[in-house]
Write a protein that binds this ligand. Structure first.
Ligand SMILES: *[C@@H]1O[C@H](CO)[C@@H](O)[C@H](O)[C@H]1NC(C)=O
Ligand SMILES: *[C@@H]1O[C@H](CO)[C@@H](O)[C@H](O)[C@H]1NC(C)=O
Ligand SMILES: *[C@@H]1O[C@H](CO)[C@@H](O)[C@H](O)[C@H]1NC(C)=O
Length: 500
């Protein structure tokens, strides 16, 4: 079919799809080569109405297309974080898609490009300060450059480099490269050092640029940093983020040699669980990170199970086991120790698919170290620890398994509290930050039961609480910590004692 003929078949359904807001345009469509007419926000060029929420969806019908929206006029109430009136633009079909940017203030013409089959825009105005809004048109073209994405860089501590396509030769026009560096845990630092940088210069970096964002999808945020020109950006240390998302965009003219970037991920992961165990009867489950999905590469997790007394017993029982095999477990392994640390008392190094036999030691402390390399990942392990014996402390501290780091998904830890000869037990929570809200505590919770895990429920706690104390007339309690498969928080710290 001829292109002109094809273009003639394109139709635009304006407000053809019903939406709560009459100002929305959800049926804007086109195919490569299409250039739309201009559309205006309500009221434009006069002042916009207040309290608007207008949505615009552009459908380019194929994920290999590029949608470019060009604003010829743009005037929205200015605010440093665009909190009042704004236009938010998403790469995808809805507001849960990747946020390309949030725009406000006054600008001369600018273009926003998105890749894929759809683009979604949300125009919001509040109840004060009117402005004239915007006018835009869009074009659609097929992506012409081969994909230069690298979305699974890293995974844990390590270092590497990223460079622009063809580096040190000139980069191509119309490049759109996305790089995602995974630190494996938000407790690590991600350091970015540009060792070479030469991009087309522009005071607003409108043409060619490198933008550093954070988060898995690289949603726009105030912390995003855009670089262009020939000044080598200063080294940046990103903390508190598991992912860094870097984009390299170039326009249709002027190319330079591009960039080379060294990345380093350093620091400990939050896979450590050093506060496991408790008085006899305490037990819990340890799952490899991501279990039953593949464990991350380059991780180093430590676990410590304590039994309160050297006369008590600790038992490890494996329910499932699958770690990359090697005759000497050189690549990935789980090592078990009859000691509190991971340097002495090794009981064995395990890998492959054979379940390590039940391991029981008369011990006050056993630990494990799970270490993986940068290649081949398996499903890992599901194991249970149990403390038994007859030595019960009269007071103690119970902390969520990773405390003071965030706790983990799918946690299941039961702590027995049985001070000898107690008939009244006091619990004092000095820190308490869990997902969810009381009284349901559907996601993560601390449950207090009388006597055993199947005993009468006395309390169930979740959410964020200021320090609090509870007193129970009981000789034995079980504190049950349970978390679901998403959202982790700092956890809890609790001290217990008898008060009779
Ligand atoms: C709008 O203009 C300002 C000032 O010139 C600039 O810093 C900003 O990046 C522009 N925004 C867009 C979306 O182009
Ligand atoms: C991470 O970066 C912060 C701030 O630069 C620094 O204080 C901290 O020691 C770093 N941690 C690691 C593990 O490198
Ligand atoms: C771990 O193993 C136990 C015992 O076989 C099982 O009940 C539990 O569902 C397993 N956990 C997961 C997350 O698969």
């Amino acid at each position: 079919m001829k292109k002109s003929l094809f273009s003639a078949l394109i139709f635009l359904v304006l407000a053809g799809v019903k939406d709560a807001s009459a100002c929305s345009m959800l049926g804007l469509t086109g195919v490569p080569g299409f250039s739309s007419p201009s559309y205006s926000s309500p009221g434009h060029p006069s002042n916009n109405p207040h309290n608007l929420d207008c949505y615009y969806r552009i459908n380019a019908q194929s994920s290999s297309n590029v949608i470019a929206v060009t604003f010829s006029q743009f005037n929205l109430e200015k605010h440093s974080r665009c909190n009042f009136d704004y236009l938010a633009i998403y790469e995808g079909p809805s507001t849960s898609s990747r946020l390309i940017g949030k725009y406000c203030g006054t600008n001369s013409t600018f273009t926003v490009k998105g890749r894929g089959s759809q683009m979604y825009m949300h125009y919001h105005t509040d109840s004060t300060v009117p402005s004239s809004g915007f006018r835009f048109r869009f074009t659609i073209r097929a992506s012409t450059t081969p994909s230069c994405d690298q979305l699974s860089i890293g995974g844990g501590p390590g270092t590497g480099s990223i460079s622009s396509p063809n580096y040190p030769q000139n980069y191509p026009d119309n490049a759109d490269c996305r790089y995602r560096i995974n630190a494996g845990s938000a407790t690590r630092n991600i350091t970015l050092t540009f060792t070479a940088f030469n991009l087309e210069a522009n005071s607003d970096c409108r043409y060619d640029y490198v933008e550093v964002r954070t988060g898995f999808k690289g949603n726009w945020a105030q912390t995003a940093r855009k670089y262009c020109g020939s000044t080598v950006p200063a080294t940046q240390v990103i903390t508190g983020q598991q992912y860094v998302y870097i984009q390299f965009f170039t326009d249709g003219s002027v190319t330079r040699s591009g960039f080379n970037l060294q990345w380093t991920v350093s620091g400990a992961g939050d896979c450590d669980q050093l506060n496991l165990g408790g008085a006899p009867g305490s037990n819990g489950v340890i799952l490899s990170p991501n279990y039953p999905r593949e464990y991350p590469k380059n991780i180093d997790c430590k676990y410590r199970v304590q039994s309160s007394c050297s006369s008590n017993y600790i038992n490890f029982r494996f329910n499932a086991f699958n770690i990359e095999a090697h005759s000497q477990c050189r690549w990935d392994y789980l090592e078990v120790f009859n000691s509190c640390g991971t340097t002495s008392g090794s009981i064995g190094k395990f890998c492959g698919t054979t379940l390590p036999g039940p391991l029981t030691r008369r011990s006050s402390c056993m630990s494990m170290r799970f270490k993986t390399d940068g290649s081949v990942a398996r499903t890992g392990y599901n194991m249970t620890y149990t403390v038994s014996g007859s030595c019960y402390p009269s007071y103690g501290i119970i902390q969520s398994p990773g405390y003071p780091m965030d706790y983990h998904n799918n946690a299941q830890n039961n702590y027995v509290i049985q001070p000898p000869n107690a008939n009244t037990i006091r619990l004092r929570f000095t820190t308490f930050i869990l997902e969810g809200s009381e009284p349901i505590c559907r996601y993560d919770s601390v449950t207090i039961k009388r006597w055993s895990e199947s005993g009468t429920q006395l309390d169930k706690f979740c959410g964020t609480k200021t320090p609090f104390t509870r007193t129970y007339s009981a000789s034995r309690l079980v504190l049950m910590f349970k978390t679901d498969g998403s959202v982790v928080r700092k956890g809890f710290m609790c001290t217990y004692s008898k008060i009779n």
